[in-house]
Design a protein around this ligand. Structure first.
Ligand SMILES: [Zn+2]
Length: 619
């Protein structure tokens, strides 16, 4: 290995401009790997994925299908479920869509035959239910809900639920190879086309004011998967111009919007750009992402308060509560981030992905039983209010079942010349096309380093690009087969190793983590403290946390009286920074050195205790 074979690059050079396209599809130059190509190895991600696998496989398929069978007039002796899957809940059936996606992901990423069989069974029963009705309609509630939507009468969100089922079916087709699932989802798309067809643009605009998930997104995906252009036309009906117009013009009019209603629409815009090459939709997606991540996100990377954007851009200090950072929101922001990364390879997307993953996904599932969080509270003194297993079926129970089924996703990406290593997660990448297996050994974040080992039957030339995160402190370094590499990429870039790799070649990368503060954009005296990408939380005790208030009420996650009122004062720090120092002998544990004495641990590790993320500091 010679020195000149190395090329260290920074973020700015890594971004390749998008080719100018007059029309036609805009194919991203970077590709994610399929879930079946990445296996997690022992570590916190695999532990969390296993907890979720038990949670998902612990579901009773006949109980999940009960409302679908009843709605189609088929017999069901199963006991109905509760929460948002109860027979009288207007969102019933939505979790079944998430469940299909989770089964497809688990089946592909673990090679889990049981998950595959469960998914196949659900698809088969849904196909029966659809056949009985004969018009393509498939839901756990009657078509009359859609009459109410059309006639502007009260109804919760029927297209939101349909969207989840359609995505679940499409995932069973694309990830688990279920051909029947594609036929069922096409039937649903045909029904949707017929439902929207008589509605004029004004009526449709009114329909779009009701939360509809990513109906545009799934229909564009269906067009891409099948090559059938007709689904594009149906997808266009769900492109929400009232939301898109200001974004296309570079205006933030997000204040007051329901966050998790909005992001899936933008995912649809991104997909439209990929399908048609229309630059307007790229502009919408990229402007939206920049605005939300730079001016509307907390130090965690999360966004939303009480499910909405309550303030003007950059106003967040008044947006702290027990109901911040809805988990579905992070799930959807990660989807968007992953997609935008494939357009440019800009490591800023990977930086955000990592931050939101550690502070907004990991730590939102109870390791004991796999129950999920709805919100990640960012006001001081609150606790993580987990759901009740097999009883709540909130939106976030659904998106959480998927999030923890795809922890192998977005670790690696590829393009024509090489591979990107974006996340530091113990895993094995099988890249059969290039005859390469890449092993990643790491105890990150407990140890700030990772080791990549190449396995190959014959020498292979490719660029190995290791992300050097923006949080890396001074002293980062890399070794190839034990020998120091001269030059190290600047933080926020990639270390690019362009060479012919032989079996057993090994790259060790050291990624020193340091303590940094992240101030509220509108109040510099309110700061969160991070260690590397990890937001630290001050432990604030368990006073008053009786077991019954550690779990949310199954149907209504916001009604525990103590939870409404029992925040505690924001912890204060005095003197000059740094206010915390590492606790000897306890990894990832810190202690305040000024002001109130507190122990700090990463937010993702906090469980069943009160905590605070923002501190009042002297400025
Ligand atoms: Zn949710």
């Amino acid at each position: 290995m010679q020195r000149r074979q190395f090329l260290a690059t920074t973020a700015a050079c890594a971004v390749v401009p998008w080719p100018v396209l007059a029309a036609g599809p805009a194919r991203p130059r970077i590709r994610p790997f399929a879930p079946s190509q990445v296996r997690l190895r022992p570590g916190p991600a695999l532990d969390a994925a296993e907890v979720n696998r038990r949670f998902v496989l612990g579901q009773d398929v006949d109980r999940l299908l009960h409302n679908f069978r009843k709605n189609a007039g088929l017999a069901s002796s199963a006991a109905p479920l509760g929460g948002w899957e109860a027979p009288d809940n207007e969102l019933r059936g939505h979790y079944v869509g998430h469940y299909l996606s989770a089964c497809a992901l688990i089946s592909a990423s673990f090679g889990d035959a049981q998950a595959r069989q469960r998914g196949d069974k659900v698809v088969a029963v849904l196909a029966d239910c659809q056949r009985v009705r004969g018009n393509g309609y498939l839901s756990a509630f009657p078509e009359e809900f859609f009459d109410r939507l059309r006639d502007n009468r009260p109804v919760w969100a029927p297209f939101y639920t349909l969207h989840k089922i359609m995505v679940g079916l499409l995932d069973m087709h694309t990830l688990a190879g279920n051909a029947q699932a594609l036929e069922v989802v096409k039937g649903m798309a045909r029904w949707t086309a017929r439902w929207t067809q008589p509605l004029g643009d004004a009526d449709m605009a009114r329909v779009l004011e009701r939360e509809y998930g990513g109906m545009n997104d799934v229909l564009y995906q269906l067009a891409a998967v099948t090559g059938e252009a007709e689904w594009r036309e149906v997808a266009h009906r769900f492109d929400h111009e009232r939301i898109f117009r200001p974004l296309a013009d570079g205006r933030d009019e997000l204040k007051g919007l329901h966050v998790n209603t909005t992001i899936p629409k933008i995912l649809g815009a991104a997909r439209r750009f990929e399908l048609t090459g229309e630059p307007r939709y790229r502009r919408i997606a990229e402007y939206f992402w920049r605005e939300v991540t730079q001016r509307r996100a907390y130090a965690t990377g999360g966004t939303s308060n009480g499910e909405s954007w309550g303030g003007d851009p950059g106003v967040l200090s008044s947006e702290l509560s027990g109901y911040t950072q809805e988990c579905c929101v992070t799930y959807n922001m990660l989807k968007l981030t992953r997609q935008l990364f494939t357009w440019t390879g800009d490591p800023a997307y990977a930086d955000y992905y990592e931050r939101a993953l550690w502070n907004g996904i990991l730590g939102t599932q109870h390791p004991k039983d796999g129950s999920k969080l709805y919100y990640v509270p960012l006001a001081s003194g609150y606790w993580k209010l987990f759901g009740t297993p097999l009883a709540d079926y909130w939106c976030c129970t659904g998106s959480g079942s998927e999030s923890f089924a795809k922890l192998g996703d977005s670790i690696y990406f590829s393009d024509d010349t090489g591979v990107y290593v974006n996340l530091f997660v113990a895993s094995e990448l099988s890249w059969a096309d290039r005859g390469v297996t890449l092993l990643q050994d790491t105890r990150f974040p407990v140890e700030p380093r990772t080791t990549l080992t190449v396995k190959t039957a014959r020498p292979v030339a490719l660029e190995l690009r290791v992300r050097i995160p923006s949080w890396v402190a001074r002293g980062g370094s890399a070794r190839l087969n034990g020998k120091p590499i001269d030059g190290f990429a600047a933080p926020g870039g990639y270390l690019v190793l362009d060479r012919t790799w032989r079996d057993g070649d090994r790259v060790d990368v050291s990624l020193p983590m340091g303590l940094t503060a992240s101030a509220m954009p509108d109040d510099p005296s309110l700061q969160a403290i991070l260690y590397g990408p990890l937001v630290l939380a001050a432990r604030m005790g368990t006073t008053g946390l009786r077991p019954e208030i550690l779990r949310a009420e199954p149907t209504r996650p916001r009604t525990i009286p103590e939870y409404k009122t029992e925040g505690l004062p924001t912890p204060g720090l005095t003197g000059a920074a740094p206010w915390v120092r590492p606790e000897d002998g306890k990894p990832l544990t810190f202690r305040t050195t000024a002001g109130e004495r507190r122990e700090l641990v990463p937010l993702y590790q906090i469980l069943d205790e009160r905590y605070g993320v923002y501190f009042k500091v002297p400025v």
